[in-house]
Structure formats: C-alpha cells, structure tokens
Ligand binder design. Sequence first.
Ligand SMILES: Cc1cc2nc3c(=O)[nH]c(=O)nc-3n(C[C@H](O)[C@H](O)[C@H](O)COP(=O)(O)O)c2cc1C
Length: 435
Amino acid sequence: MSPRLLHFNAFIWPNGYHESAWRLADDDVRNVLGLPYFADIARTAERGMLDSIFLADNVAIAEYRATHLPQVQFDPIAVLSALAASTEHIGLIGTGSTTYNEPWELARRFATLDHLSGGRAGWNIVTTVTPLAAASFGQRGHPDHADRYERAEEFVAVASQIWDSWADDAIVGDRDGGVWADRAKLRAADHHGRYFDVEGVQPFPRSPQGRPVLVLAGQSGAGVRLAARHAEMAFSGPPSLEAAVAFRTDLHAQAAAWGRNPEQVLVLPALMVTIGGTEAEARARAERLEELSSSEFRWQNALYTAGLDPDAFDPDAPLPATLWQDPSPSTRTDQLFAAARARPDASLREIARRVTGGAGQTHFVGTPEQLADHVMTWQDAGAVDGFTIMGSTLPYELTAFVDHVVPILQRRHRFRTEYTGPTLRDHLGLARPDV
Ligand SMILES: Cc1cc2nc3c(=O)[nH]c(=O)nc-3n(C[C@H](O)[C@H](O)[C@H](O)COP(=O)(O)O)c2cc1C
C-alpha cells in the first residue's frame, strides 16, 4: 500500500512564532497590522498547496506581552474573511473560544466564513486558558478546567444544531411560484441545557461544507475526550515519537468508541521550524533567535500560558509551593508545576527556562532534506497525519518550506501536486457531514 499524502497547516503568527522573530525582521514593525502582511503569507501557503492556514485567538492579553512581542490579536474570523478574498484554495482555520462566546453568534460567524470562502472554513475549538479574559467579559471569575470543557461539549452540540438547521436542498429558487426556499426543510435548533438555551434557524442556508472542519488542540484528558468525539483535526501531540504514536492511537481508539471512523480524525501537531540551506546555517539562525530572547519574557510567559498572572510573582524567588501542591488547572500549568516540583528551590526565572513555548511545540532546526525526512519518519511511525508548521520567523520559514520542503515531499509522493477539490474537507479527505 502506498503511503498516504501528508497534510500541512501553516500557523500564522505575526513575524513568526519565536519570541525574537520580530527583532530580525527588517521591514517596518507596524506591517504586521495590515492585511497585505497576512495576505502575502496566505498566498505563499497556497502556492505550496498547503491544506490550510491557521490563526490563534487570545481574547484578552496581559500587558507584559506588549513590551516583548508584536501584539496583533485581531479577530481571526475577520482576518480570515478578508483572506478568503485574496486566496482561492487554501483552508482558513480560526480559533474561537467556547468560554467567551455564545454558540449562536460564533456558529453564525464561522458559517458565514464557510459561505464566503466557498467551503474553506475550520474552527479551532478552545476553552481559553488565561483567566484575564473573565474581567474583560464582566465575569467574576474564569471557570475551572472541567467546567470549561463541559461547556465546550454543550457548545459544539448546539453549534451543530444551528449549522444543520437548514437541509442541504432547502433552497428552491422558484421565481415563477415565488418560493425561495422550502420552509418544510428548516429544522430549528431547540436546545435547553445546563449552559445554553438556543432556539431558531440559522439566518442563512447551510454552508458549503455543512459544518466548518472542527479542530481541537486540547491535551488533557478532557481535551482529548472532546477531540475524540468531535475533532476532525487535532493540533496537539507530545514531543517524543513514541509518546506521539501513543497519543494518536489513544485518540483514534476513543473516536472509534464514539462510533467514528478514526481515519476521519487527523493529527497535525505543532512543530516550530527553523530552516537553513545547511545545518550550520539553520543552527546559526536558531541561535541568533535565542540570543535575542529575554529571560524577563520567558518567566512571565511561562506563568501567563499556564493561566497565572505574571504581575503577582517575584521571578527571583521559587514558585510558591502552595500553588504547585494543588491540582493543576490545565495541561500547560502541569508543565510549569512539574518543573517547579522537580527543583523546588530554583527561582521562577530558572524553572521557566525548562518549560516549552506557548503551544507546547517542539523546535526543529535543520535543512529542507532533514525536515522532509523528519515528517516522513513521524508519518511512517503512525504518529501524525502531517504537521501544523510554525515558522520561527515569518514569512522566511514558510517560504523556505514551500520552495524547498514541499518539492522534496512531492518527489517522494508524500504531498499533493495540485488541489483536487474546492473545500478544506476535500484537501483533508474529510467527509461532508449530513444534516
Ligand atoms: C497548535 C496549538 C494552537 C493553539 N491555539 C490556541 C488558541 O488560539 N487559543 C487558546 O486559547 N488556546 C490555544 N491552544 C491551547 C489549547 O486549546 C489547549 O488549551 C492546550 O493545548 C491545553 O490543553 P487542555 O486545554 O486540554 O489542558 C493551542 C494549542 C496548540 C497545541
């Protein structure tokens, strides 16, 4: 049996995913605030025939980040809607929080994107780790992890009812008879649950893909359970090959237990890449990025991505034991607390160095050949269906990936040489859900 084609999702993070990337970019720092910056990157990804581009979402930001990193947390769906007009094929995946949105409103926005893009929308379902968002939304507190995932489960069920509230063949278009759509083919959402009460039909017909492609990046037990039930693409995955095989096997077994076909659950973990023409060149690029990084940023970021407020801590003192003795509120908090438990006397600044970056990704540094070998090894081991590629700098790494890695994988018959259908589901080989 010939190996299956790989899938690639390009994570667009302004200037690149490495915290120092913006300091190496030589154009105006404000460029990341304009549509041309995003459109150029999206078109590069499309030139490489990648499956999709991806935008993260953090509904609120901590002020410390403004010092250290470009702050460009636009509304992803608004940006992707604009990119729908400047691209033709590439999938458009955006993040939407189930904790800080209402199902009606978010389902409608993603279905709008799916219509406007001709069936290219994907929704990365997140529950939002940072507690800062609560204050922005006038809420007293950030719900705990279990509560967030319970709400997410109900949210997805309601969103699906909204998307499915028009039958695919509801539009009649009978000008003579004066019938635009067959009302009998509408079935209003009618949901009354613990978190939501939603009734009504989506204010426009079902979108080209029926539902946007559902994506999840949860790593905890609850996160993986939600993915097993609903996700068609998973972004998470542990850094070692053996653990990644176990992760995908477990996700697929859980999906099968829900009566789903595991082949319809693709695993594309995040992989930060730094590419060079030679290994030495790639290493020099990665080292330069590290040299420019700040220990101030690292400790604050380790707390922030763990859902803690950096302003409340002293970086030169150990992380208070009272904190890490309690159960961790999230996977990322686990990583920080495990580092603190391993070295209880070390300062926060020191333990922060041991914690991985924001999305828990691994960092690949090497040549296009080496990267092609790496992704094929992981695919052949059954660890992945592809990767979510995070250029340590952008657009440089993505351009290098498209111009040098993609052709190698095409020659080895591991990557498409043309798009075979118009929708993101077509690119990914995912079935279109029935009503
Ligand atoms: C590639 C990737 C992208 C992510 N994007 C976001 C995001 O945009 N917004 C967000 O709040 N969380 C994001 N996350 C975090 C996950 O949704 C999730 O909360 C995290 O992996 C921890 O898992 P858990 O929620 O099961 O504990 C991302 C994670 C990964 C691996």
